[in-house]
Design a protein around this ligand. Structure first.
Ligand SMILES: Cc1ncc(COP(=O)(O)OP(=O)(O)O)c(N)n1
Ligand SMILES: Cc1ncsc1CCOP(=O)(O)O
Length: 311
């Protein structure tokens, strides 16, 4: 494979690097940044080769470094290098898992169909239609409107057996007593996790790759979300769509955390996503923009019931 990098690797190592790239080409995605050089901080050849191969496969640099570190830990000697030995276990990535004292309250590993909805009225329609897990993702700058919407959604949720997560507004979620909150990476610097936890709320965290999963693990959330799996026009994503081969890898990486897959999932690709052993699949447009949302829910739920493997 022709390299996009100006490699600093010695010639014999380039062969091993290209072997890795050929072996793991299903993990390849089109990268947005064009890497012209690699400034390696670590001189270990295994680390260097793997990092370069991962950059070539389209991993962002912090993820390439995390994978290179895991590989080096598992396979430290270049003269015993086994290019088939891609590391997948959480411990190689220093992912501890949720069983520590600091964990958030647990939620089911299989959350069923998880619909992310724009308003409290939608939350009601979704619960009535039998959706087990919903999220209020209300986007507004009007504090009064936000407060009213969260309050209404939580009041509605109390009438139904399903689970309601509130996106972003964790203080309001606590005040009104929601089942859980969902936070993005940019919320992690400001949210008070102790307050969320001591109030008994579950926590879901968005991730877009390996390094963000490692960061999420430090917080021991109730679930980890990974997106986008496929292209989505609902929001601008910080990383390119990750695809099924990477989803399969991420499912192994998170170990016993429930993994929620999101982004571009619909009836046509749901089977393939479930086969990657995700705990659940979150969707917006496949339900909210469907010509008949009740019919869409029935079809998606039926597919989840028939296809989801034991995890
Ligand atoms: C289940 C699930 N996964 C990811 C997201 C995205 O959340 P976030 O990163 O906070 O981005 P916005 O939704 O605020 O645009 C989500 N909402 N739900
Ligand atoms: C909110 C969000 N976070 C990651 S992808 C995404 C959008 C999912 O929407 P859709 O299911 O319509 O692609």
């Amino acid at each position: 494979m022709a390299s996009k990098l100006n490699s600093q690797l010695p010639k014999p190592y380039l062969t091993i690097r290209d072997q890795l790239i050929a072996q793991y080409h299903p993990l390849q995605i089109e990268q947005r940044e064009h890497h012209t050089f690699c400034n390696f901080s670590d001189t270990n050849p295994v680390y260097q080769i793997v990092k370069e191969a991962c950059i070539e496969l389209g991993f962002i640099e912090i993820d390439a470094e995390a994978i290179a570190q895991a590989w080096q830990k598992n396979n430290p000697l270049i003269d015993q290098f086994n290019h088939l030995d891609w590391p997948v276990t959480p411990d190689l990535f220093q992912i501890k898992g949720p069983n520590s004292e600091t964990s958030f309250p647990t939620c089911p590993k299989k959350l069923g169909l998880y619909v992310v909805a724009p308003t409290a009225d939608w939350i009601e329609k979704l619960f009535i239609a039998g959706v087990p897990t919903v999220q209020l993702r209300f986007k507004s700058d009007n504090h009064h409107a936000i407060r009213q919407e969260v309050k209404k959604a939580v009041e509605i949720a109390k009438e139904f057996p399903g689970q309601l997560f509130i996106n972003d507004f964790w203080e309001l979620a606590i005040e009104f007593g929601a089942y859980g909150v969902h936070l993005g990476q940019e919320d992690l610097d400001t949210a008070d996790f102790n307050v969320i936890k001591t109030n008994g709320l579950r926590l879901g965290i968005s991730t877009h790759g390996v390094a963000e999963m490692q960061r999420a693990d430090q917080i021991s959330p109730s679930y980890i979300a990974l997106g986008a799996i496929f292209p989505t026009n609902l929001k601008i994503m910080p990383t390119a769509p990750q695809g099924l081969a990477r989803l399969d890898f991420y499912t192994k990486l998170v170990g016993s955390y429930p993994l929620v897959g999101i982004g571009g999932v619909d009836e046509t690709n749901l089977d393939a996503v479930l086969k990657c052993r995700v705990g659940s699949v979150a969707m917006v447009r496949s339900v909210i923009n469907a010509p008949d949302y009740r019919a869409a829910i029935s079809q998606l739920q039926a597919k989840i019931q028939t296809t989801q493997v034991d995890i």
